[in-house]
Design a protein around this ligand. Structure first.
Ligand code: HPA
Length: 276
């Protein structure tokens, strides 16, 4: 774990690097999950900065993730887009996983849209469904806020009773209807991965109230809430979870489904940026 001092120094150095290069401070952050990378194509007046060039930024290792911050405008809003995220299973500590969210916070971001690929647990879901996250379960066995609290960034014991902003969810439902998208709503459970779950684990996760399962998002959402941001979370059900359809799970299937719904997903997020 990084000391309070070390973390503050890293944050300040990364921030000043970015402030020098970005013309307008972003108001909204967007985290792109697997297969949603095309969203970045719609950013206008782009300033693209590779993670490897930002002081203290971790570097993403997963295929299909570009590894860059894209600053610019979408629907007239000033945004910062994370093309490629950091997963706990890659071996990063939670403070690294959530470092980009803190960067967004210190750049002035007050709202965050997070997206991910997830396995469907709720049997009413189908591969290809988009799901508005209404709440989450943190089963990662760790927490990004563990350790000394940086009081200038947020409170020691943050409230998470509306971790996914209700008003934004309602707006998202209205927008979805206009676009002819019929999103589900559900509770996302985060596990550390990297293996997909066993059928017994999926039965357990269903019993404790999860509708979909994934290996990301929750650390980012915890930090965003700690930092006072409003959050909207959307999952793409890329596969039904282990044991539900009695078939094997594969990363190839996950990527294929993500690709199949990418256009619709991108359109949804793009429209949302204009109204949230
Ligand atoms: N389990 C966990 N994470 C996932 C899955 C899954 O079935 N699909 C996509 N991400």
């Amino acid at each position: 774990m990084l000391s309070e001092k070390e973390y503050s120094v890293r944050l300040a150095e990364a921030r000043s690097y970015l402030v020098e290069r970005v013309t307008e401070p972003p108001e909204l952050g967007v985290v792109l999950g697997s297969g949603l990378g095309a969203f970045a194509d719609f950013v206008e007046e782009k300033v693209v900065i590779a993670y490897k060039d930002i002081p203290h930024f971790p570097i993403s290792t997963v295929e299909g993730h570009a590894g860059q911050l894209v600053f610019g405008k979408v629907q007239g809003r000033s945004v910062v887009v994370m093309q490629g995220r950091f997963h706990y299973y890659e071996g990063y500590i939670m403070q690294e996983v959530t470092f980009p969210i803190r960067i967004m916070q210190v750049l002035g971001v007050t709202g965050l849209i997070v997206t991910n690929a997830a396995g469907g647990i709720n049997s009413a879901f189908r591969a290809g469904d988009l799901v508005l996250i209404k709440d989450h379960l943190n089963l990662m066995g760790d927490n990004p806020l563990r350790g000394a609290n940086l009081t200038n960034l947020g409170p020691r014991f943050p409230d998470l009773s509306e971790g996914y902003n209700l008003e934004w969810r309602q707006k998202a439902l209205a927008i979805a209807e206009e676009l002819g998208i019929n999103p589900q709503e559900g509770v996302y459970v985060a596990v550390s991965g990297p293996n997909y779950e066993t059928p017994a684990e999926i039965r357990y996760l269903r019993t404790i109230g999860a509708d979909m399962v994934g290996m990301s998002t929750v650390p980012e959402v915890i930090v965003a809430n700690h930092g006072g941001m409003r959050v909207l979370g959307i999952s793409c059900v890329t596969n039904m979870a282990a044991g539900i359809l009695g078939q094997k799970l594969s990363h190839v299937e996950v990527m294929e489904t993500a690709e199949r719904v990418e256009k619709q997903f991108v359109q949804f997020v793009k429209t949302l940026v204009g109204v949230l």
